[in-house]
Write a protein that binds this ligand. Structure first.
Ligand code: DGL
Length: 272
């Protein structure tokens, strides 16, 4: 008998999607979560958009040949920014939930009106990000402003599990943002890798009270709603399980799931 549980695909360039996986597991304890890390190509953030788009289309096509995805979560701001439209056009039968820098919640939360966004260069340079920013600013309070910083190198340090390097980069990028806009009181973590090193951000903030915004839980709620609309929320009768695949070194993803989630999964390498 075939398994009636929906398969929720969770995609990232590498280990960043683990921050979303964590929120999904919490919201959907009985779902079958299938994680794919394109770590042969990570980090995505400094690659050209056209190459990424082609890569994403090929990966999702192969993935769907491997297993029946009921819903795909692009747990990667960069992949969402450059590829979600092409993926939706190529897979009109597959619900796809993306992740975007949480500018709107940040503008709602800020008291000073000054919001910072850290994300990859590819996300910040995308037309999708500019449109999102424009839409948010159109309804923002007078005087509000959004300040961006491409956190070059940070996803790569996190990918390597290098927390010392990550902390130095959090400090450097935050300092650059605050030099530009000292009144920033709310910081959007616009790359799914960044919430994995929350303690590094906190150390970089020091005494400064800065609200850090991670949209992972909002994404998980959205996934729950989409599955509920399709009457596909798995019931408590079945245990939630997980599959882990990657295009590069399986040890790297296995180490990261231990380091960031405290899990010890078997990771299957796939050809890409
Ligand atoms: N985790 C990804 C994001 O949310 C990509 C980071 C990268 O591969 O550069 O943007």
């Amino acid at each position: 008998m075939s398994d009636p549980r929906p398969v929720v695909g969770v995609f990232d360039s590498g280990v960043g999607g683990l921050s979303v996986w964590r929120a999904l597991r919490e919201a959907l304890p009985h779902a079958h979560l299938s994680y794919l890390a394109d770590n042969a190509w990570a980090p995505y953030g400094e690659r050209p958009a056209e190459a990424l788009q082609e890569r994403l289309l090929a990966l999702v096509r192969d993935w769907r040949e491997r297993e029946p995805l009921h819903l795909l979560v692009l747990a990667c701001n960069t992949a969402t920014a450059v590829g979600i439209d092409a993926l939706r056009a190529g897979h009109p039968d597959l619900p796809i939930v993306g992740i975007e820098p949480a500018i709107r919640p940040a503008l709602a939360a800020t008291r000073s009106g000054q919001v910072g966004v850290v994300a990859t260069r590819a996300t910040l340079g995308s037309a999708r990000y500019r449109a999102l920013r424009g839409a948010c600013m159109a309804s923002a309070a007078p005087g509000a402003a959004v300040h961006e910083r491409a956190a070059d190198g940070l996803a790569h340090a996190i990918e390597r599990g290098d927390e010392t390097g990550a902390e130095a980069l959090c400090r450097r990028h935050l300092r650059a943002l605050l030099d530009e806009a000292p009144d920033i009181d709310t910081l959007v973590l616009g790359c799914t890798h960044y919430p994995l090193v929350l303690p590094c951000w906190r150390a970089a903030c020091g005494e400064r009270p800065l609200t850090l915004i991670d949209p992972a839980e909002a994404v998980a709620r959205r996934v729950l709603n989409v599955l509920a609309d399709a009457a596909a929320v798995p019931g408590a009768a079945s245990m939630g399980d997980a599959v882990w695949r990657c295009t590069g070194q399986p040890e790297a993803l296995a180490r990261a799931t231990r380091q960031w989630l405290g899990l010890s999964p078997v990771v299957e390498p796939i050809q890409s």
